[in-house]
Design a protein around this ligand. Sequence first.
Ligand SMILES: *Cc1c(COP(=O)(O)O)cnc(C)c1O
Length: 473
Amino acid sequence: MTGDRVAAPDTAAPAAPPGDAPGTGAGTGAGAGAANCTGPADDDLSVWPHSTTRLSDGDLAVGGVPLTEIADRFGTPAYLLDEAEVRGRCRTYVQAFPDTDVLYAAKAFLCRAMAHWVGEEGLGLDVCSAGELELAVTTGFPASRIVLHGNAKSPEDLRAALRLGVGRIVIDSASEIARLAAAVPPGSRQKVLVRVVPGIAAGGHSKIQTGTEDQKFGLCITDGSAQHAIARILDQPGLELVGLHCHLGSQITAEKPFLCAVRRLVGLMARIKDHHGITLPELDLGGGHGIAYHPDEHSLDIPSLARKVRAELTESCAAAGLAVPHLVVEPGRAIAGPAGVALYHVLSVKRTGDRTFVAVDGGMSDNPRPALYGVRYLPRLIGRRSTAAPAPMTVVGRHCEAGDVLAADTALPSDIRPGDLLAVPVAGAYHLSMASGYNLVGRPPVVAVAGGHARLLVRRESLEDFRNRDVGL
Ligand SMILES: *Cc1c(COP(=O)(O)O)cnc(C)c1O
């Protein structure tokens, strides 16, 4: 994780890192692109990676590589990741949050290159399984910069964390305390945080709200279970309590919930000081920073969030007579999401009643988000210029479920036909990390683009892979 693989100038972050300057698309979302847009709505590239350029024949290039070239070379479905976009987003966080540990939440998307990039940009890593942990550590990510969390860590997760020496383990339940303490080798101490539930409803969908009291994560402040757990941790000589952790949910586009969380966690820190006479040195606010999937949505402005969180933390601590703890944030989606693009070929076009279904060669096995949360994407025709009038289409996947819908009533040229190439922006987070083997379609490859070059990061899952795992008869 040293600087021996310094990015070439053309792969470095754009001059203004995404989100740095107001109105640069990724930072403040919709506004900028929409304002510049002179063409039809589908010509708005504000949710695409910063490096995206229009080519003459209806193609787009990302990271200097035409999307049609990627489809030709790697087949479809395929995912590409714009390395400069990932790095630029890391830099936005590092600059916006000085004196803060920024951990990339690996569950959004992890491969060895991703771990490498975020590590080189100075971020730590937030993992939630032995698998994510081992992948990162075996690729050279320093374990001391890794935090393990999870509402139900397996014995294997805890063993791996202790063996590899992770920096922090986030305790999520009372039963975990004795289990972890018993696994810590005698004479050593493991630094831990406690995940508390601040009782705040925030997030893009009820299934991704994790700061409320009626869900499985963390220990409640209001019923005293957080305080009880803290007392028990302080009794364990093998555990060193260094701070409080919370994670409100995902796809949060307002600043207020984070400021409210700061106040509640500082309040609890003050009570811990009163009861136990200790000042916890760390406060981990989790992630959940929302991004724009459509040009008319807006993303959380990271520099603004950072300023307000810092101000709230300073003020709340002063009011409570506490030393200001070291801040930690854990963005996942906001680092990886906008850096990814999914590519599909159209396999069939079917008109039933007044609907037109455009079926592509991927779907819920590479992107389960529409089926899970009902979200809708904005696919775009790539590689040929159509003069046909746009018409509302429903873009569906190839899987055996009616809910396998990528986009509903989205405008596409009315002459769309099998063999056409569709590209879907904002595909970098919670697609492939949640991908499945459904219908044995095989998970798509991941291709990095940077400086006009494309390179394979993760190869396509093949029939051979399925056969290799299937060992009985
Ligand atoms: C999922 C998760 C994150 C990242 O969430 P994003 O919405 O991707 O930013 C951070 N911390 C914890 C504990 C999480 O579970």
